[in-house]
Design a protein. Sequence first.
Length: 146
Amino acid sequence: MTYDSLIKSGRIRPYQATNQEIHKILALAKRDIGAANRNLAEDPEWAYNIAYNAILQACRALMLAEGYRARGIDHHAIVFEFAREALGSEHITTFLRIDLIRRTRNKVVYDIPGLVSPSMAKEVIQLAESLLEIIETRLTGQTRLA
């Protein structure tokens, strides 16, 4: 898989992560999924934000395992663009949803509280769980991470 446009634009750079580093990022994603589930009934907006972070961490782990790190501004968007390219076209719908989640999260965090319903938060948690499973399966298949 090549990431030529991201490399040429300076949005990613090569990075050699250790297995321990990658596993710690995956552990963050798992922690955040658990925290999102625990917060769902009491504060769906916070659960939504935590689940979003789980998605981000899972995608960061994939990026590190592929030998890259994001650079510059728009770090989250870069990580998601990388993951979309790494996982391939069969996941395009997932990453379109993630972009909408990212935009909603930014509104909720910085501008407009009250946008997230419990069902919306639950959907993001389920997406985080599903994406983490996909990424872990892919990374486990790489001999250096097994």
